[in-house]
Design a binder for this molecule. Sequence first.
Ligand code: ZN
Length: 664
Amino acid sequence: MENRWNDAACPDIGDDLALRVYTSRLLGADKTLVLHGGGNTSVKRTETNLLGDAEEILYVKGSGWDLETIEAAGFSPVRMEPLRRLAKLPALSDPEMVNELATRMTRATAPAPSVEAILHAILPYPFVDHTHADAFIAISNTTDGEARIRECYGDRVVIVPYVMPGFDLARLAAQRFAAEAGPRTIGMALCNHGLFSFGGSARESYERMIELVGDAERYLARHHAWDVPLPASPTEVPPKAEPATASALEQATLRQAISQAAGFPMLLMRRDDARARAFAQCPDVAELAGRGPATPDHVIRTKRVPMIGRDVADYVEAYRAYFARHEPQAKERKTMLDPAPRVVLDPALGLLAAGRSAKDATIVGEIYEHTIDVILRATALGGYRALPERDLFDVEYWDLEQAKLRKAGKPAPFAGEIALVTGAASGIGAACVAALLARGAAVVGLDRDPAIEALHRRPDYLGIACDVTDIAGLRGALARAAAAYGGVDMLVCNAGIFPGGRRIADLADGEWRNVLSVNLDANLALLREAHPLLKRAPRNGRVVIVGSKNVPAPGPGAAAYSASKAALTQLARVAALEWGDDGIRVNTVHPNAVFDTGIWTDAVLGERARHYGLSADEYKRNNVLHVEITSRDVAELVAEMCGPRFAKTTGAQVPIDGGNDRVI
Ligand code: ZN
């Protein structure tokens, strides 16, 4: 366990809140301590309010903030006095507690305080740190967990048995602390949940956490439960290489079934983790993974158990049975959440994570990779034991969590869907990527320009440098798209070249063939290779072809370009006819005079303008509506054609050209 404290980087010793931010980020930087919004920290300090009264304030992590990136604004200032009194109440419901916390703040715009705020308040130290450290969880999640925690820590921690987070836990922790804390106490161990440390300074509290977690790691090492080798797998682990097309289709088929079970499209992201794949190949994986998650809060993201293999119907049936077992005892009638799995362990595909967004699925995958370590270490200690199913159900169907889900509101129109755009590094293609990302899709951008890889840096974007005329490269790109997100639902065929004006009398065979190979042949290959993925799109596949005004109204000097786009349009019409039975819609846009694209260099623009006897600016607006057409305008139309407004349209050709008198 690395102590990341650095004197040179830490803020001024006089600024408690800045120090709180600093050590919170140190904790957040280590994913074996906290994962994605997990854990929380606080500092207590005295402030003078506008009326001149001194008040003790608890700054506790606000909901929606991650320790790794938290700022001072991410801490909610709550008055200590009412918190101390609330902690003494015999009972407080969750909604009452949330209301009390929100109405005792000194800054109206602060985020909602952590549900563990009262627990922070009752600990009589200025700084309090809380993590869900993997090493501690591995010790706690064993058949004799409490005895092992005692053996590991002696009298340095107060042990609190498992209680669901919230008021009851705070109250029990307060009682235990009052009864058991001694001069050597530096922390509190919450069984099956995590560790608290506390101290007089940010550094002391942080370093005590590092000490406690380090002790847990050393304890595991002493018991040969730290570096746990996986049993030899019965199946050979495939070498790390470009994922095969066959497994891409298997993954897309699985994603389709999971999305159907959920009732909405979900991404299914494959984790490139050899250890997770080896775990998925363990002979006893079903038994080990079936015992439950490492900590109860994981159940909200990962569901209680992963799906082993690919039988989605079987998983759904088991989930319904699990809900039925607990629903009658729930305090009030709850609605069953969607029964689709979030984690899949498959011997061939390894670990896959499902989610409505790339961010969600990435978090699910990371959580499960840590869960695998916890399971293996606890097993090596003598037996992994998760919480009883009932406790997990209580967290999964916790009112506060359900309220959070409701608050998240309506998902984006393309949430859980995947789009692939060619020629995506600039111009119309780059604008299509932006328009599709803005609608919630995960987007794969292809371009021969390597800049495509860094076009966006976010989990829902994958840029692949690829020449569309290279069939092996195209197949590899589709396989990578499927491995990354689970398929391709929307295809935007945009890549194209415009070689500059040349009369037929001067048109060489090589130039003609080159234009046709990029603008036409490559799209045939792409449509053919993408079809099996489009067929498996949970909400049906959509294709948008970027044609050209030159199709209905060609211009002199553009024979190869006009012919290639006309043939491409005809190809799209045939695809619309052939793929209707698969529910795949194929439509074409015919843009004209989009001057912010790579095709239109100043030289080409000047030449075309001169041809019509216009200035460059007149030429740009030389249409019926006298408007300039931008890449963004085209991209918005392309994205809309993938959406519900065009759900009943296929084989259409829509101009986006400001109105062209030769077309109208
Ligand atoms: Zn916690």
